[in-house]
Design a protein around this ligand. Structure first.
Ligand code: PGA
Length: 250
């Protein structure tokens, strides 16, 4: 049984006071030992403040990115150990904005995935096709190739710690949500991919979140699909009531 996992990706939004206030509201509302696992991923500079705001609650902390090296002369970068030092339990890797705006390749993401796992920091690895790729009928090929590249060289034991987020690029921040059937088709194909690449038990255990314009009013239907195990939420994670509405939908 895969526990639903809802993660909020705050991206480059909020200020320190807003981040702390939102974190406190969520910490007070998310029940301990509830049926849904919940994490929030604030901007890196607010991780420490948000950790304090959610201390002792069921809300977990994640980062939005990291660098693959452990330490050294890498100006502006943050290592897995540094993220753990400020309380991170998760790190999002390969988000479509990192891929398409910041130019990260599957090889870059793969190095980060290995570094995160080596440090004991489980990643949420994002994959997803653009609108052009979908319209050209290439969704399956693109998503599988992103998995091949970003998850290259992972043992079964390592893969069991990874969470996948399927986020069609055309649905992110656009208000255009994939239909439950469109999303389920890709999630189901991903599970087959993991079955072929590893085995049935691994494929049945790996959690695959959907991301892209998830809102309280569409969360329940998306999350009721057999192969959708949670959501990675952007815009709707910036307000407590909408994020809690999505958690309730799960
Ligand atoms: P959105 O973003 O919910 O605002 O579409 C999702 C994401 O980028 O993870």
């Amino acid at each position: 049984m895969r526990k639903p996992f809802i993660a909020g990706n705050w991206k480059m939004n909020l200020d320190r006071a807003g981040a702390v206030a939102l974190a406190k509201e969520l910490a007070a509302a998310v029940p301990a030992d509830g049926p849904v696992q919940v994490a929030i991923c604030p901007p890196a500079v607010y991780l420490d403040a948000v950790r304090e705001a959610i201390a002792g609650s069921a809300v977990e902390l994640g980062a939005q990115n990291m660098y693959h090296e452990a330490s050294g002369a890498f100006t502006g970068e943050t290592s897995a150990a540094m993220l753990q030092d400020v309380g991170c339990q998760w790190v999002i890797l390969g988000h479509s904005e990192r891929r398409h705006v910041l130019g990260e390749t599957d090889a870059d993401i793969n190095r980060k995935v290995h570094a995160a796992l080596a440090a004991g920091l489980p990643p949420i690895v994002c994959v997803g096709e653009t609108l052009d790729e979908r319209e050209a009928g290439r969704t399956q090929e693109v998503v599988r190739s992103q998995c091949d590249g970003s998850l290259a060289g992972l043992t079964e034991e390592q893969m069991a710690k990874v969470v996948i987020a399927y986020e069609p690029v055309w649905a992110i921040g656009t208000g255009k949500v994939a239909t439950p059937a469109q999303a389920e088709e890709v999630h189901n194909d991903l599970r087959k991919y993991f079955e072929n690449r590893y085995n049935h038990a691994l494929a049945e255990g790996v959690r695959i979140q959907y991301g892209g314009s998830v809102k309280p009013d569409n969360a329940k239907e998306l999350l009721s699909q057999p192969n959708i195990d949670g959501a990675l939420v952007g815009g709707a994670a910036l307000k407590a009531d909408s994020f809690l509405g999505i958690i309730a939908g799960a």
